[in-house]
Write a protein that binds this ligand. Structure first.
Ligand code: GAR
Length: 207
């Protein structure tokens, strides 16, 4: 009953750096835990991002659209072109350090997912990214932090929350140690789960 089989959703992952979250998605997908996900592209805003190597090693087409020195319009048009060619249906921001315009996000309503390394609404919004989030959490002195996966709208880190997972702050934590633990105990778990969940819902809506 092949025609009864749910279809896969074409997913593009946008990155800017090391790509450990991309790595987590690739691993989960390889292990068969993401049956509704077809990774069609990895798009990096930086030419030297290690995430590009991860994509190539996994056999996923890898593209670079450099943010630096480009206007936001040209940058987003470059991304849109790849999304079109690859027939992308769902976008995942996994360590993507650029803010997308309202024009862009409104064209992809409920079809862009982001992972943020704190429990939103704490330590989020413009200026809170990467290690800075963990520095801010430690400076404030919170005892619990974590990660959030959410839909992306025109408000930075302001879209509907899909999943969250808490992580305890330990005495003597450095921003780097906390970042690593939040990734291991939260991001790498909830991001692949959320991507599969949203892809499965899109596939079902289509059926
Ligand atoms: C991750 O902690 C991710 O949540 C964060 O940057 C890191 C990227 O790591 N993203 C943001 O701060 C976006 N606002 P990775 O490249 O190894 O996945």
């Amino acid at each position: 009953m092949d025609d009864m089989k749910e279809r896969k959703i074409n997913v593009s992952v946008l990155v800017s750096g090391g790509g450990t979250n991309l790595g987590a998605i690739i691993e989960r997908q390889k292990s068969g835990f993401m049956p509704h996900v077809n990774p069609v592209a990895v798009i990096s805003s930086k030419a030297d991002a290690f995430a590009l190597t991860r994509a190539k090693n996994a056999g996923i087409p890898a593209y670079t659209v450099v943010r630096k020195g480009a206007s936001r319009e040209d940058f987003e048009a470059g991304i849109e072109k790849i999304l079109e060619v690859t027939k992308t249906e769902l976008i995942v921001l996994a360590g993507f350090m650029c803010i997308l315009s309202a024009d862009f996000t409104s064209r992809w309503e409920n079809r862009i997912i982001n992972v943020h390394p704190s429990l939103i609404p704490s330590f989020c919004g413009e200026g809170y990214y990467g290690l800075r989030v963990h520095e801010a959490a430690l400076e404030y002195g919170v005892k619990v932090t974590g990660a959030t996966v959410h839909f992306v709208n025109e408000i930075p880190d302001g879209g509907k929350i899909i999943a969250q997972r808490a992580v305890y702050v330990k005495d003597g934590d450095t921003p780097e140690a906390l970042q690593r633990r939040v990734m291991e105990e939260a991001e790498w778990i909830i991001l692949p789960e959320a991507v599969e969940k949203v892809a499965a819902e899109l596939a079902r809506d289509d059926a």
